[in-house]
Design a protein around this ligand. Structure first.
Ligand code: C5P
Length: 307
C-alpha cells in the first residue's frame, strides 16, 4: 500500500517578487488601527525563492544575499502561512522552508509579505491541496496588507488597507533602480509618525490621480515619473534624513521620477531604459550614501511555482 507521504513531492520551489507603490495615498487611522489606502502596486523583478520540503517539525532557514536577516521562528510570516495552509489541509506543518532572499528586509518592498505569499503557494502545491484562489486570497489578507498583491503580481490598484485589489491597465515594461540600506525601517513606526506629522484633525480620503493611471495605460515612463507619490515619504525622511539627499541625487543623475518605496527606507528611481538604469546604479553606488543599488523592471508576475 502507498502511504500518503509517499505521494507528496520531494520539494516545491516558488518564485516571488518584491513591489514598489507607484502611488501611496494614506487616509486617517481607522478604529481598526489600520489606515485606508489608495495605492497602485507594481511587482518588480527582485525575487525571493521559497523551497518547501518535508521535515520533522516546522523550520525556516535563510540563504542568498539577505538570508542572514530572515527571522527563523514564528515571527516570520512564512511560518504563519505554512501553519494556515497545513490546517486547511488537515495536515501537520512538518515542513522545512528555505528562503533564498534577494528582496531587502524591512525595506518597504514587501519582502516579508513576499515570503508569506510564496509559502502559501508552495505549501498548497506541496500538499496537493488545490485551495481555491479566493480562499488563498483570504489567507493572504489575514497574513498582511501586501500579501494578496504579491500573490497576484503585475500591477493593481489597492484599497481598504491595501488588501482589496482591482486591475489596472498597464502597457510595456518600466525600468527602476532601487537604492537600498542594510538597516530597515519599521512600517508601523512610519505610519505612526505620519499620523503625528499630520495631526489629529487630518481626515482626507486618499485617491489615485487619473494622470498616473493614464501614464500606465500609455506605457509612458516620463509621464509616470511626474506622478509618482508616497504619503509616507515625509515620515520616512524625518526618520532617516539621508533619504532626502539620495532622492535628490538620483533626480540630478536623470531619474524620470523618484520616491521612497512603501514605508522605506528603499528609494525607487524610475528611469527611461536599461542604459540609464546602469548609469544610475553606478552613480548611486559611488555616492557612498547607499548600501546597494539594484536595477529591476516591472510589472512582473506574482508568486509562481517554478519546480
Ligand atoms: O498589514 P501589515 O502587517 O503589513 O501592516 C504592518 C503595520 O503597518 C500595521 O501593524 C499598521 O501599523 C501599519 N499599517 C497601517 N495601515 C495599513 C497598512 C499597514 O497602519 N493600511
Amino acid at each position: 500500500m502507498t502511504s500518503a507521504s509517499a505521494l507528496l513531492p520531494a520539494q516545491v520551489v516558488v518564485r516571488v517578487p518584491g513591489k514598489v507603490n507607484l502611488y501611496l495615498g494614506v487616509g486617517p487611522r481607522e478604529f481598526t488601527g489600520y489606515h485606508e489606502l489608495a495605492t497602485v502596486f507594481q511587482a518588480v523583478s527582485i525575487f525571493d525563492e521559497i523551497t518547501v520540503t518535508a521535515a520533522d517539525t516546522l523550520q525556516i532557514t535563510g540563504g542568498g544575499k539577505y538570508g542572514h536577516l530572515v527571522p527563523k521562528d514564528e515571527t516570520n510570516l512564512a511560518w504563519k502561512a505554512a501553519q494556515l495552509v497545513a490546517k486547511a489541509c488537515g495536515e501537520e506543518p512538518n515542513l522545512a522552508i528555505h528562503i533564498d532572499k534577494s528582496i531587502p528586509v524591512a525595506a518597504g518592498m514587501a519582502g516579508g509579505s513576499a515570503d508569506a505569499a510564496g509559502t502559501l503557494l508552495a505549501c498548497d502545491a506541496y500538499f496537493g491541496a488545490g485551495i481555491p484562489r479566493d480562499e488563498l486570497d483570504a489567507m493572504a489578507a489575514m497574513l498582511g496588507s501586501d500579501v494578496p498583491f504579491i500573490l497576484h503580481g503585475g500591477c493593481a490598484l489597492g484599497s481598504g488597507r491595501g488588501d482589496v485589489l482591482s486591475p489596472v491597465i498597464t502597457r510595456g515594461n518600466f525600468h527602476w533602480v532601487f537604492a537600498t540600506f542594510t538597516e530597515g525601517l519599521s512600517t508601523a513606526m512610519i505610519y505612526e509618525r505620519t499620523d503625528e506629522m499630520r495631526g489629529m484633525e487630518f481626515n482626507q480620503a486618499p485617491d489615485v490621480p487619473n494622470e498616473l493611471l493614464a501614464a500606465l495605460a500609455q506605457g509612458n515612463p516620463a509621464e509616470l515619473g511626474r506622478h509618482l507619490h508616497n504619503d509616507l515619504q515625509e515620515a520616512a525622511i524625518a526618520s532617516r534624513s539621508v533619504l532626502k539627499d539620495v532622492l535628490e541625487y538620483g533626480r540630478d543623475l536623470g531619474a524620470l521620477g523618484e520616491l521612497v518605496s512603501g514605508s522605506g527606507p528603499t528609494c525607487a528611481f524610475l528611469v527611461r531604459d536599461e542604459a540609464s538604469a546602469i548609469d544610475l546604479v553606478v552613480g548611486l553606488k559611488s555616492s557612498g550614501m547607499v548600501d546597494d543599488a539594484i536595477h529591476a523592471h516591472g510589472p512582473v508576475h506574482g508568486a509562481r511555482v517554478i519546480r
